[in-house]
Design a protein around this ligand. Structure first.
Ligand code: BTN
Length: 287
């Protein structure tokens, strides 16, 4: 069933989801919310699309968003802090979305720093936090969420089929997108208001309890190249702490993939940032 704004709107004191717009097909809900922000939309404004033709993920990659097969939405936030706390916001959103998946579908995803939801090591969803400067000069954040609900993996290129998961598959039953969207907005709102009040510290232990890679050997690909270590912890700002010979490195941006200590190569399927790929590889209208 199509998502309807009247089923999703949340009453005060909710911030996220107090205004909801449901659209049929857009380029990217990120851009729709940016435009609404430019026109003065209130904080918490949420835009859902049945399909996106130019959905995007982190690092400029594409996000496949076929009609009715997932939750593709973005929310406008004015958290009153800048880029240095975006990782914490992304992590807090991960905790909220994991809760929503448990409540709406009985599926317990793991979280991979900074923005992935995984099921059995496969990508179930992702979060994209983008900073925008409004005409007032104030920074705001467009928080985008993609959750695969019932993706037809048969339509994906063979090399990706084993790297992507859907909630319905994980649940072994159909998943009601309206219920999932309501839980997602409700949990995001709760986490966001808690974070504004008390910072990420209030959600840190829950995040760690869901973390996929803590205590394991990882490879980091970041602004300063690719290097290895052991993922130790996340700090109160949401930075990943990685043990390396001689100390601990603090990571605020980059990609994490699991390294097997025993193998000199990356075993298939461990680099889980796989829902995202270049348009060059996959035809745009694969669905
Ligand atoms: C990632 O894993 O890199 C983040 C993926 C975020 C995808 C969502 S779908 C709704 C919103 N609109 C977009 O274009 N991207 C985000």
């Amino acid at each position: 069933m199509r998502l309807r704004a009247e089923d999703l709107r949340l009453p005060a004191p909710a911030v996220i989801g107090r205004v909801v717009e449901c659209l049929e097909r857009v380029g990217s809900t990120q851009d729709v919310v940016r435009e609404r922000a430019r026109l003065g939309a209130p904080e918490g404004y949420a835009v859902f699309a049945e399909a996106q033709t130019a959905g995007r993920g982190r690092l400029g990659r594409s996000w496949v968003s076929p009609p009715g097969r997932g939750l593709w939405f973005s929310v406008l936030l004015r958290p009153g802090f800048g880029g240095d706390r975006l990782p914490a916001l992304t992590l807090a959103a991960g905790v909220a979305l994991a809760r929503a998946c448990r409540r709406a579908a009985g599926v317990a995803p793991e979280l991979k720093w900074p923005n992935d939801l995984l099921w059995r090591g496969r990508k179930l969803g992702g979060i994209l936090a983008e900073l925008v400067t409004e005409p007032s000069g104030n920074p705001s954040v467009v928080l985008g969420v993609g959750l695969n609900v019932d993706l037809d993996r048969g339509l994906l290129p063979p090399e990706l089929r084993d790297r992507v998961a859907s909630l319905a598959e994980a649940a072994g039953a159909p998943v009601d997108r309206t219920a999932l969207a309501r839980h997602a907005l409700g949990q995001l709102d709760e986490a966001y208001r808690l974070m504004r009040q008390s910072g990420f510290a209030a959600l840190r232990e829950e995040w760690k309890g869901l973390a996929a890679f803590l205590g394991r050997p990882v490879r980091i690909s970041g602004p300063d190249g690719s290097w290895s270590g052991t993922a130790l912890d996340v700090d109160a700002d949401g930075a990943l702490l990685v043990a390396v010979p001689g100390g601990v490195r603090r990571v605020l941006a980059g990609e994490v993939s699991l390294r097997s200590a025993a193998l000199p190569f990356e075993p298939f399927g461990t680099d889980t940032d796989n829902m995202l790929y270049d348009r060059a590889i996959i035809p745009r209208r694969v669905w």
